[in-house]
Ligand binder design. Structure first.
Ligand code: B4P
Length: 186
């Protein structure tokens, strides 16, 4: 099954996608992870993306779409994958459809994890204490949630229109969310 994961920052996309991919033998491709590695390695993409990420802004569409196209054309998405953190804007979702058509890839489901603002803020502040990620502080978290509502949430309707949106309650224990996701991802 080929899936994209949607949901606000801190909804558990990365946490769950990684575990599910391991369990089901799927490929897990996280744009956040690819970008953080590019920043760490000091590549051109990383240098361009760094400031946006630190401010909690989205990295510009042309950069991120180019990055995904490179990965897809290199065969990064074998059948059975979870794309985590992409698409995050309508232009990204439209470009992905075009890429999938070009490379004959079928998207089976867009899985939306529902978690409220108070809970995601609590989780991300908790992660800040453990991992110290540059974009996990109160002000930047607030910005990321606002940006999600304005720029990313419209994608829910985009996939609902294609009849492939599946909604899952993300405000539960990681174990229960995993069980719920397993049912829709198999
Ligand atoms: P991401 O890496 O995608 O970061 P995220 O949205 O914060 O979610 P993440 O997957 O890491 O966290 P999760 O919810 O699993 O993106 C980072 C930045 O990269 C973006 O802000 C943007 O700048 C840039 N970017 C990435 N993709 C882009 C794109 N397509 N276009 C433009 N820019 C892009 O978990 C969060 C925390 O919650 C963890 O500490 C976890 O332990 C905890 N948690 C998870 N599930 C829980 C549960 N059920 N109960 C309690 N805690 C839980």
């Amino acid at each position: 099954m080929n899936l994209v994961f949607l949901g606000p920052p801190g909804s558990g996309k990365g946490t769950q996608a990684k575990k599910l991919a391991e369990k089901l033998g799927y490929v897990h491709l996280s744009t956040g992870d690819v970008l953080r590695k590019a920043v760490k390695d000091g590549t051109e993409l990383g240098r361009k993306a760094d400031g946006f990420m630190q401010a909690g802004e989205l990295v510009p569409d042309e950069l991120i779409i180019g990055m995904i196209e490179e990965l897809v054309s290199a065969g990064a998405l074998k059948n059975g994958f979870i794309l985590d953190g992409f698409p995050r804007t309508i232009p990204q979702a439209e470009s992905l459809d075009i890429m999938f058509e070009k490379y004959k890839i079928k998207l089976d489901k867009a899985v939306l994890l529902h978690v409220g603002d108070a809970e995601v803020t609590k989780r991300l502040l908790g992660r800040a204490e453990i991992e110290g990620r540059a974009d996990d502080n109160a002000e930047v978290i607030k910005n990321r949630i606002e940006i999600y509502k304005k720029q990313t949430a419209p994608i829910e309707q985009f996939y609902r229109g294609q009849s492939i949106l599946t909604e899952v309650k993300g405000e539960d224990t990681p174990e229960n969310v995993f069980e719920a996701l397993l049912k829709v991802a198999k």
